[in-house]
Design a protein. Structure first.
Length: 94
């Protein structure tokens, strides 16, 4: 039972990281039609799935990545982490 859990955890991490990358790619392809709400909901599905299937560490890592990607790709100015994004990360860590 324990060996199965050790094998399963890296596979689940990999699948969720691939899912996160796929969601990011899909949102970037349709960025002109995508709002922040679409991005938040899509990332939330991946983060909740990761938290439910593994330890909370993966969910937390994906949550931090989600906040950064939303701020960098879907909030003006595009392509950089604004001052509000730093505050958002601080609130997330607290």
């Amino acid at each position: 039972m324990r060996l199965r859990s050790r094998v399963r955890t890296p596979v689940v991490w990999g699948l969720h990281l691939v899912a996160f990358a796929a969601v990011t790619t899909a949102l970037l392809i349709r960025r002109t039609e995508t709002t922040q709400l679409h991005a938040v909901l899509a990332y939330l599905l991946v983060i909740l799935s990761a938290s439910a299937l593994t330890q909370r560490v993966l969910g937390f890592v994906l949550a931090v990545l989600g906040v950064v990607f939303i701020d960098v790709t879907f909030q003006v100015p595009f392509g950089r982490l604004g001052p509000d994004g730093v505050f958002d990360l601080l609130v997330l860590v607290a």
